[in-house]
Design a protein. Structure first.
Ligand SMILES: NC(=O)C1=CN([C@@H]2O[C@H](COP(=O)(O)OP(=O)(O)OC[C@H]3O[C@@H](n4cnc5c(N)ncnc54)[C@H](O)[C@@H]3O)[C@@H](O)[C@H]2O)[C@@H](O)CC1
Length: 548
């Protein structure tokens, strides 16, 4: 179900009242972490007893989580090696790990010295440093599981060089033995019939989590991140997926309010729960009427695909607002589509670049209404070189824009009056979708493998990533039809209420993306995709949930 993401500062703030009341949050966090690690070890090795676990321990409470979890694993028979990376760490955590039998290697952190008599913690001779480094590398190479407890929410960007070089060397040495490209995260051995997997788990957040590519060799690439209390907003950025691995959220009893969230991650459970079903006393108008202005003499197929997916999504009625020729194609396939004018609860404009005369007629028909519009493809050009849609026919109505990166680059170049390239968009999809939503005043759905939906207040909805099969001609037309149908249905339900809050509309658009993803898992081209929408909507309406 929906998981809301919060800035780390909000999560740390929510810990405060519980800590003040004496609640041992670290015990909750480390217990859950130990359970997770135990599951991983059981799955990869069959048992915890005899497994080898290496803990990178930093200077703060993040190390505390890792060390208490390691102590729990040691009590279940795991061999634990703690690598302390600073001249201080979480004392109680380290004591607990030692009591449970952990060995400790103090990895040297200070500058090299040539004086062999200086061997205090952090200051040691080159020879001793080399030996300690070799010990750490040996331990890392034979570990079944490595815990990144270097920095958590208190971490600043940029690992100190002694840690960066350690990670770099480890990644290189693991890469030499690995049959995957994810050097250091997974080592497979075949031939003897055994298969060992090394798993790297980041505690709360991977240390030095940065969306930048630079220096990525020196950073933690986790297989899993076990995060506590609330989903940290930085973990959901698609650019950090290679560093976080799969993110697992552990509830430690914090009180967080959705209003403080900056994003929402939605998945199939949300679709199962939120997809609109016909009401027993409903009728075609209460289920929503969507107008589709899509397709042209040049691209008639876009009209067919957009209309097909809207019809198949289970909306009350679909009106074809385009040319006679497109309408004939559409009605040939879907006899229920109506060409007569009349009431509408949402309109989709733009797929297949409909001719101007139909666009003008449609804009006239929508004047003095608050009917929401979904602008796709050619219709995106209607959002012009203004700070927002204020003062245009788009004002006072919900507007959803559905660009891909190239279209968003053109749109933003117009809105911001500077050249924005699609490669810049691809380098920061969330940031640019938010920028476009804020400056246009519209909901912006940026299409991609990880589609991002941004509302004008910056709030984002991230639907789970779609299948690669969706990257095919006409797929966007299908998506526009689905979103138009859903927006029409929700708007029909709420037409006598105040307008849907932007975040709610963004959520509905997110459900549309999930329908599209589910259809994409059943089809390999856009024609079949439009048909698969009927299958998906049919399961949601008649069965109550998707068969997946
Ligand atoms: N407060 C609590 O009781 C709880 C804390 N928890 C854990 O504690 C973490 C936060 O703990 P802390 O606030 O101690 O923060 P960290 O454990 O991230 O460590 C902060 C320390 O690291 C140093 N540091 C940070 N970045 C550095 C860098 N790039 N180079 C050198 N030194 C750097 C800081 O100066 C500070 O001393 C969470 O992420 C979570 O894992 C959880 O156990 C939940 C409860």
């Amino acid at each position: 179900m929906s998981v809301f993401a919060y800035p780390s500062t909000v999560i740390v703030e929510a810990e405060r009242p519980l800590l003040d009341a004496g609640v041992d949050l670290m015990a909750r966090a480390s217990r859950a972490l130990a359970h997770f690690c135990a599951d991983v070890l059981r799955e990869s090795r069959g048992q915890i007893f005899g497994s080898r676990v290496c803990v990178f321990a930093g200077p703060g409470n993040n190390a505390g989580d890792a060390l208490f979890a390691a102590a729990a694993l040691a009590r279940r028979g795991a061999h634990i090696t703690v690598v302390t990376l600073f001249d201080r760490t979480h004392d109680q955590g380290l004591a607990a790990a030692r009591r449970a039998g952990a060995s400790v290697i103090s990895s040297p952190s200070a500058e090299e010295t040539t004086d062999p008599s200086v061997e205090a913690a952090g200051h040691c001779s080159a020879e001793v440093r080399a030996q300690l480094r070799a010990d750490v590398m040996r331990e890392l190479s034979r570990s079944d599981l490595v815990l990144d407890g270097i920095f958590g929410t208190g971490g600043r960007r940029g690992l100190p060089e002694h840690i960066a070089s350690l990670i770099r060397d480890w990644r290189h040495s693991a890469g030499a033995n690995s049959n995957t490209n994810t050097a250091g995260t997974r080592t497979s051995r075949f031939g003897t019939g055994t298969y060992t997997t090394q798993t790297l788990i980041a505690v709360d957040i991977p240390s030095d989590l940065s969306p930048a590519d630079t220096g990525s060799e020196d950073r933690i690439h986790a297989d899993h991140t076990v995060t506590f209390g609330g989903l940290k907003a930085e973990l959901i950025d698609p650019r950090v997926a290679a560093f976080t691995g799969t993110v697992h959220l552990v509830d430690i009893g914090l009180e967080l309010h959705e209003s403080q969230a900056t994003a929402e991650v939605v998945d199939t459970d949300d679709l199962n729960a939120g997809f609109p079903r016909p009401e027993p006393d409903g009728h075609k108008y209460s289920r929503g009427v969507v107008g589709i202005l899509a397709g042209s003499e040049e691209y008639p197929g876009a009209g067919v695909l957009t209309t097909t997916s809207a019809v198949n999504c289970g909306v009350g009625m679909v009106r074809s607002l385009g040319s006679q020729m497109v309408a004939e194609y559409v009605i040939g396939l879907h006899a229920e589509v109506v060409t007569a004018s009349g009431r509408m609860n949402a309109v989709v404009m733009g797929p297949g670049n409909p001719e101007d005369e139909y666009v003008h007629a449609c804009v006239d028909a929508l004047a003095n209404t608050n009917v929401p519009v979904v602008l796709d493809a050619g219709a995106l050009d209607m959002v012009g070189r203004a700070e927002s849609v204020k003062g245009t026919w788009l004002a006072e109505r919900p507007v959803v824009l559905t660009p891909h990166a190239g279209e968003l680059a053109r749109l933003l170049s117009r809105l911001l009056g500077e050249i924005i390239t699609s490669s810049r968009i691809n380098a920061d999809p969330i940031g640019w979708a938010q920028r476009a939503a804020q400056s246009s005043g519209c909901i912006v759905l940026l299409k991609g493998h990880q589609t991002v939906i941004a509302a004008p207040d910056g709030f984002c909805v991230l639907p789970e990533a779609g299948p690669a099969s969706l990257a095919t001609a006409g797929s966007g037309d299908v998506l526009a039809g689905i979103i138009g149908a859903l927006v029409a249905t929700f708007h029909a339900k709420n037409q006598h209420e105040p307008p849907l809050p932007e975040r709610e509309l963004a959520h509905i658009v997110g459900l549309g993306v999930l329908v599209h993803n589910a259809a994409g898992r059943r089809a390999v081209n856009a024609g079949a995709l439009g048909d698969a929408v009927a299958e998906v909507a049919g399961e949601l309406i008649h069965r109550g949930s998707l068969i997946e």
